[in-house]
Design a binder for this molecule. Sequence first.
Ligand SMILES: NC(=O)c1ccc[n+]([C@@H]2O[C@H](COP(=O)([O-])OP(=O)(O)OC[C@H]3O[C@@H](n4cnc5c(N)ncnc54)[C@H](O)[C@@H]3O)[C@@H](O)[C@H]2O)c1
Length: 435
Amino acid sequence: MIGTGYVGLVSGTCFAEIGNQVVCCDIDNSKIKKLNNGVIPIYEPGLEEMVRRNKEAGRLTFTTDIPSAIQDAEIIYIAVGTPMTITGEADLRYVIGVAESIGEHLNSYKVIVNKSTVPVGTGRMVQRLIRENLRDSSIVFDVVSNPEFLREGSALSDCMNMERAVIGATSDKAAQIIADLHEPFDTDLLITDLESAEMIKYASNCFLATKISYINAIANVCERVGADVTSVAKGMGMDSRIGSRFLQAGIGYGGSCFPKDTHALAYIADSVGYNFRLLKSVIAANDAQKLVVVNKLEQVLGDLKGRTIAILGLAFKPNTDDMRDAPSLQIIPALLRQGASLKCYDPIALSEARVHFGDRVLYTEDVEECLLNADAAVILTEWDQVKLLDLAKAKQLMSAPIIVDGRNCFSLELMRESGFIYHSIGRPVVTVEDN
Ligand SMILES: NC(=O)c1ccc[n+]([C@@H]2O[C@H](COP(=O)([O-])OP(=O)(O)OC[C@H]3O[C@@H](n4cnc5c(N)ncnc54)[C@H](O)[C@@H]3O)[C@@H](O)[C@H]2O)c1
């Protein structure tokens, strides 16, 4: 497994769990050192235990010696990052580096599998780069695309109970090898060509992003016509053609995948002469949605200058410390620009948050401490610690009982009973008169 980030570490560990011999490689020395010392560089529920178990069983090792790992393997997975460039396209420099290195060190037939999310055509490019760098041009190999669909926060169960595996292959032999590898997962397989497999990943993520932007747009209309988006979404989701998932209105999607993958697909489409207007609108709607909580806060507090705001949650979603493209990265600077002073709570993402906000905000790992003397609280991540908040205590701690909830964590009824002024997404406002 070349690249031991989120995807490489989780999939490598799961492949070991089902009985394979796995070597996870990375160029990041400190990451590999940590892993060899039993320290997991990311937060993912259950991962530490599964890594430990497989290390002890001798099925999982970590190394920076990538040439040896390439030579010893039968199957080589590429799971390096493909971040977004400033123009919106996927940055393939890490994939290119790995492909060249595989070419240089290839010593026998192997299947090279791309797990990174990459533009259509990358598999063919990897094939070409390996061929160009081969020391012995008689060595044969196959390239496969096997995109990853895990979600951070539930990555282990997503991987162990994967709903489907997409295998895009250039030969039947390689497709069969990767299909056999997935057999213990007992999952549905789709065997297709390289290009279609690469496209399936982008098409899936962009569809989910579209669903999120759609329900957020519906929420914005609901607010203006007096409807409640939670009921609307429930009613929509009861139609099996629509489905109930990804219909939770909020402050938009973030994280390491949807933002970059939507931009990348729009860029791919542009580059082949198709103006993907729908996807561009999804991106614009998501950018705007992140700031609706700032407008709601202004609506209820007026001038934010000198106001103390408690920010509940910084990670882009619960159960991860990943802050890549988290809505908090847009919302917090917007509030700071207006002169608000911010106290920020997150159970696990604080060290990551310090990298972004330095000493411009206060940090706390205690949700009640965060609420103490706050003029209002803004919920950005639906952590259990937030959803299970003792509202009576919270009301006592705060200077004013005002919550702006970007994740619809509480029922309107509960907020009415608890005596809060409560602004959420796509639902009627709970005012003092309602209490
Ligand atoms: N994070 C997710 O939830 C998720 C889900 C599905 C797909 N993906 C896709 O999977 C890919 C990896 O994502 P990630 O979140 O794991 O990235 P990441 O940034 O967490 O990890 C990438 C790792 O690759 C390493 N690396 C870079 N160049 C290398 C090289 N030449 N040799 C060895 N290691 C090298 C980096 O040091 C880093 O540890 C991306 O294309 C991403 O879009 C991510």
